[in-house]
Ligand binder design. Sequence first.
Ligand code: DGJ
Length: 734
Amino acid sequence: MGVKIFEKEKQFHLFNSKISYLIGECRDGEIGQIYFGKRINENQIILGYQTLAGRPYCNPAEYDESYTKELACLEYPAFGNGDMRGSAYEIRQANGSRVTNLVYKSHVVYEGKKPIPGLPASYVNTDSEATTLEIRCVDEVAKVEVTLYYTIFEDYSIITRHVSFKNVGNEEVKLTKALSCCIDLPDHEYDLMQFEGAWGRERYPHVRSIEKGIISIESMRGHSSANFNPFVIMKRRNTDEFQGEAIGIHLVYSGNFIAKAEVDNFDKLRFTMGINPNWFVWPLDKGEVFDTPEVIISYTKEGLNDLSQNIHKFMNNNLVRSPYKNKPRPILLNNWEATEMNFDEGKIINIAKKGKEAGIELFVLDDGWFGKRNDDRAGLGDWFANTDKLPDGITGLAKKINDLGMDFGLWIEPEMVNPDSDLYRAHPDWVLAVPDRRRTLGRHQMVLDFSKPEVVDNVYYHLYDIISTANISYIKWDMNRSITECFSQGVAPEYQGMVYHKYILGVYSLYERLIKDFPHILFESCASGGGRFDAGMLYYAPQAWCSDDTDGHERVKIQYGTSYGYPLVSMGSHVSASPNGQTGRVMAINDRANIAYFGTFGYELDLNEVSEEDFEQVKNQVVFMKKYRGLFQYGTLYRLQSPFEKNYASWMVVSEDKKQAIVVMYKGLNTQNTEVEYIKLQGLEPDTVYTINDNEKMYGDFLMERGLGTLGWNEPWYRSGKDFTSRMFILNAE
Ligand code: DGJ
């Protein structure tokens, strides 16, 4: 693993045992892309790289008529200098020009990886895990230095990239676009897989063909959003779960973003991704530096399961920072769907007690505990306990929960304020809003201006008071509306283009302070369900609430879709009441649990209200989860049958040593006399005998080549009218 450098040709080959990433200086000094894919011989060099027969039509360079940028594959291209495709960056200079041309100046290679100041990023546990290449380029006219950062990790088919800009001149320049990467590929025979949806329907995969022209997805909501996730896959047209080439790209960022695939008239594909340049203007004064967020670029030639497995392991080992990293997550009970904001201490203790009886480890108090918060019209911003509901405050309640033998967790929504709150009355200029203009209220609340350090400080001090005086071991950090009227009051006009990005930097800084002060706390991020489920958030909060839709049937799709880009252990998944609060669907408690096990696992209902029979099941489920949670949360995931294609869905997890596996099959509507399907399992040891549910024995190769049959699926229920059912198989090696 490492970087092989050809000094004379200025070519750089990043490689490990699985992948190669080969880039080099083009004829005009710009850095170009040569190859990205399966590992090739590290001695490969391309002589006369990108000597292209440019016709006058193709904007050949004045200094060299045989070279044109229009046909080149470039690493960090500009617009306006001969390349007619979308650019990766744009710098508005003092004279109004936006034309730039980056030229290679120097490079450095070292073991390990540096953090990116103020931003989330993947990291190394020991320097020997990764090698970093920094290539310094300069635009001599604009007087801007641009450093391209590349890190290759030894154990993963992954390259990370980011870019930093430095003003090395005397005059201010303005960055109006600063994307994190450009991936120029020599052909466009790919499909784009995006993960899209809405509130309650997050991260549904959608595949479309990449053709001539431009397709893009983006967020301008101020958060990464439920609508489009900042993770995409470009896959070969015939790639499926089990074979074929694919490239995954995550933006490690939680604010506005764009991902764009462009095919030019020469059939080359340019993919770019980064902070959305819309409304982005970042002034850079003499000596100032701007860092883009990181992208994680993953590669496989062995199908989408392999791509996801690689990503899951990488995120668990090199992105998540928490005492809970690679540790089992506590089984929790959250009161939101049981009470919403209508509770008092007695009611809460009553719910928690029943949870304790079931063996649940952590009780989480959700929204409604502070200020005058009895509905969603008031109280946000006033971070002191409502003593009408909780006479002994959070400190007292936490103690009472601890005395029951459970840990205590708390919900917060630090970025928001209700107009009906003491905080807003004291500081009406602390919200994002344009004076004299009508405002958009989402859930009757406004967004605090986290681009201002004094606002973040104020929220921090109040939260610090609460957290430091109570025994809190978990925090659910919510964010329940998008940003509109993005305007920072009292700030000079030329800084308004910084607000969206500064806002998210403010969010990151508050996370960082709280993590530093309270390193033992397990954070779960949330944004009206899964509206900010992204790699940036996972750096601070190792788990994220997947969706407000807790219906088991819907969760099959949401969690299946999420698993393409994010590890099982990052997915907040709970068993809630039946009929379900969002869809009204009725589903048996074991079927609900069979889906929720594949995540952090917990309950979101009042267990006092379930039947005795169901409560017995809950107790069994908690015991079962405690026994198998290592496998559910950290086992190697194989998606076997997609719920987006059929009435059936199935997936499985396999232990590292392949001695244990759990398979779940899910069926939507009940059917009569259906065809029998055999689900071919994956990842088992071919010559090992596995006992299935302590009963039948089968060889690994039989299970993988013939498969587990759906035969008998209807038997117990065929006239029961039961839809939305599941079966679970525990496989143990002999
Ligand atoms: C949205 C979250 O997704 C819910 O789980 C809950 O915490 C509510 N907000 C509380 O307002």
